[in-house]
Design a protein around this ligand. Structure first.
Ligand code: GLU
Length: 449
């Protein structure tokens, strides 16, 4: 058996109860076979892949907090410090009732590769809790975030582990956590968290970075394929911060955003969203109701309850911006039989199941992988770390220029890696190969650790 197969067999046994982790490890190791095969004996003798599939550290902690009625709740918190091969652990904190250790391990593994693609010195990590922010008051949210930080603060630091936001955790939550961290350590160490509100040491443009970065990468891709955003139709899933950034930039560039979705269904806006409608997405997020129907009620557009837009809405580009495994084989078949979609641009982490990707690719749809597409968020987080350690303030112009440059480089790099390893045009493999080359090289350089 090949080295990759040997390692996959161990992961499938050892982590059998962590399905998403097994899924992502399988997907990544499978696609880096050409790199591993070329170096098989050396990698094997160093147990490089066995080390790659094992997080460096996992921390679990208890999060007790009191609601507005005085009732005490207990949630569970986790911090995965996955890989410090190329920099301090870096990645978001996810608050969602469906978060498990397996989810965070999958996200931290992915993050290690994504961060490598940015070309910046950041390792991979992830954190989170099974806490549900929906329907909580501001004070409840604050008390929860303070308790979360009390459990976490020993394990983080600007040169150790720098968390940021993720699903269910935005600038407000990061602000509360930063306040608590300062109290606990009695020092103004702003580099410990990124995605902070701007007055608290955050960087301008972090809120739009993931969405804008995704659109900058699309520009590179479309240019190469001979089309342009202007006039094209885009169907999005999600309506949170990331979907908002994507919708805002696409609309500015003349793209027509024709669908948004939430857990309650999707809305269809055949003529494309207006700037005003894009702004309303921010109000929807702030309401913490998690209902896209609010959009339909306000603007009188079509609402389809409990359905996803995939293959139901005509669009040139489908852009999943919500959560993992949003497009499975059923949706992929619907997409190919509907027939208008030419590109799938993944913005959420792992939004498409591997078998669904197979169906889409076979039908000639170009898939741009999330690891590359959504790396703009963490790239601007790394700029925030630089800003904080320089004790300076970056301008929006500087951030935006650097973000464009990084997204352009990522696209070129993944394309070149696909070509180098004999899979021209396969951007998914290209992303995994380009990212793995750097991480594995740094691991080798640092010896067995
Ligand atoms: N949660 C985001 C991601 O998945 C951002 C992480 C960060 O900024 O550290 O990349």
């Amino acid at each position: 058996m090949s080295y990759v197969d040997d390692v996959l067999e161990v992961v499938r046994k050892k982590d059998a109860d962590e399905q998403e982790f097994v899924q992502t490890v399988t997907e990544i190791l499978d696609s880096i076979r050409p790199l591993v095969d070329k170096n098989e004996d050396r990698y094997r003798s160093l147990a490089l892949l066995e080390r790659l599939v094992e997080p460096e550290k996992i921390i679990t902690f208890r999060i007790p907090w009191e609601d507005d009625e005085g009732k005490i709740h207990v949630n569970r918190g986790w911090k995965i410090q996955y890989s410090s091969a190329i920099g301090p652990y870096k990645g978001g904190i996810r608050f969602s009732p469906d978060v498990t250790l397996g989810t965070l391990k999958f996200l931290a593994f992915e993050q290690t590769f994504k961060n490598s693609l940015t070309g910046l010195p950041i390792g991979g990590g992830k954190g989170g809790s099974d806490f549900d922010p929906q329907g909580k008051s501001d004070r409840e949210l604050m008390r929860f975030c303070q308790s979360f930080m009390t459990g976490l603060y020993h394990y983080i630091g600007a040169n150790m582990d720098c968390p940021a936001g993720d699903l269910g955790c935005g600038g407000t939550e990061i602000g509360y956590m930063f306040g608590q961290y300062k109290r606990l350590i009695n020092t103004y160490e702003s580099g410990v968290l990124s995605g902070k509100p701007v007055a608290s040491g955050g960087i301008v443009g972090r809120d739009t970075a993931t969405g804008y970065g995704a659109v900058y990468l699309m520009q590179e891709l479309f240019e190469e394929k001979g089309c342009s955003i202007d006039g094209m139709k885009f169907a999005l899933s999600g309506f949170g911060n990331v979907a908002w950034g994507v919708a805002k930039k696409l609309t500015e560039l003349g793209g027509k955003v024709v669908a948004l979705s939430g857990p309650d269904g999707y809305v269809h806006i055949p003529e494309g969203m207006s700037a005003d409608q894009v702004d309303y997405m921010l109000e929807m997020r702030a309401s913490r109701r998690n209902k896209v129907k609010d959009f339909a009620d306000k603007y009188g557009v079509y609402f389809s309850p409990y359905e996803k837009p995939w293959g139901r809405v005509k669009a040139d580009v489908y852009v999943p911006c919500a959560t993992q495994n949003d497009i499975s084989i059923k949706e992929a078949l619907r997409i190919t039989s509907e027939g208008t979609c030419k590109f799938l641009v993944e913005v959420a982490n792992m939004p498409t199941t591997p078998d669904a990707i197979g169906v889409l690719v076979n039908a000639g749809i170009v898939v741009a992988p999330y690891k590359a597409v959504n790396a703009g968020g963490v790239a601007v987080s790394a700029m925030e770390m630089s800003q904080n350690s320089e004790k300076s303030v970056w301008t929006l112009d500087k951030v935006d220029k650097k973000l464009r440059e990084i997204m352009k480089n990522i696209y070129r790099e993944i394309e070149a890696a696909a070509e180098k390893y004999g899979m021209p045009g396969n951007l998914i493999a290209g992303a995994n190969l380009a990212a793995a080359e750097k991480v594995l090289k740094a691991m080798e350089e640092q010896g067995v650790c």
